[in-house]
Design a protein around this ligand. Structure first.
Ligand code: AR6
Length: 178
């Protein structure tokens, strides 16, 4: 599995799956969540409402992930995950690690070869980008060395960062990772 760091808009990525930094309601919001819903079209919100009705009446828990089709996006699927919100006292890095691990597990289950992540929790939810990068790369490393990656066709894990600063942070952390 190869990690790539890109500066840009995740909604433009023609990968198998893009990951959405959603909230538990799954009904949209600001940041990358808003951008994904706008670009995917109203069918995405409908699919999320259907998930809430049928499987997730109490919402998607922090650290969990669930997939929908990507509708008008170039990607095939959107994997929605809910990062921990520092402003709500959710400061346990294990919750953030779980977002990356669960999203990779869902991507592998879909048969995805490529998946793109944003900097989950590094915006409205208030986490430091450096810590998000560290947790993300550790999660990819432990996923690829675990049995879960064995049968999956997952080859490329992209991190698509919206600002130059965050892109530089992710590059620096990746270079200093073992
Ligand atoms: N492509 C890639 N990255 C983006 C894009 C984009 N189009 N737009 C923003 N980012 P945030 P969170 C970056 O706030 O911190 C929503 O309201 C952004 O610059 O989107 O997990 C949800 O509904 C930042 O680096 O997600 C939740 O309520 C990163 O994506 C809440 O925000 C994450 O920022 C989730 O907060």
């Amino acid at each position: 599995m190869r990690i790539e760091i890109l500066h840009g808009d995740i909604t433009a990525r023609k990968v198998d799956a893009i990951v959405n930094a959603a909230n538990s309601s799954l009904l949209g919001g600001g940041g990358v969540d808003g951008a994904i819903h706008r670009a995917a079209g109203g069918e995405l919100l409908e699919a999320c409402r259907e998930l809430r009705r049928t499987q997730l009446q109490d919402g998607l828990p922090v650290g969990s992930a669930v997939a929908t089709p990507a509708f008008r996006l170039p990607a095939r699927w959107v994997i929605h995950t809910v990062g921990p919100n520092r402003h709500a006292g959710q400061t346990d890095p294990a919750l953030l690690a779980s977002c990356f691990q669960e999203s990779l597990t869902v991507a592998a289950g879909l048969g995805a070869q490529s998946v793109a992540f944003p900097a989950i929790s590094a915006g409205i939810y208030g986490w430091d980008a450096r810590q998000v990068a560290q947790v993300a790369f550790d999660a990819v490393g432990s996923f690829s060395s675990s049995g879960r990656a064995g049968d999956s066709p997952l080859e490329v894990v992209e991190f698509v960062l919206f600002s130059e600063d965050t892109t530089a942070v992710f590059r620096t952390v990746l270079e200093s990772s073992p």
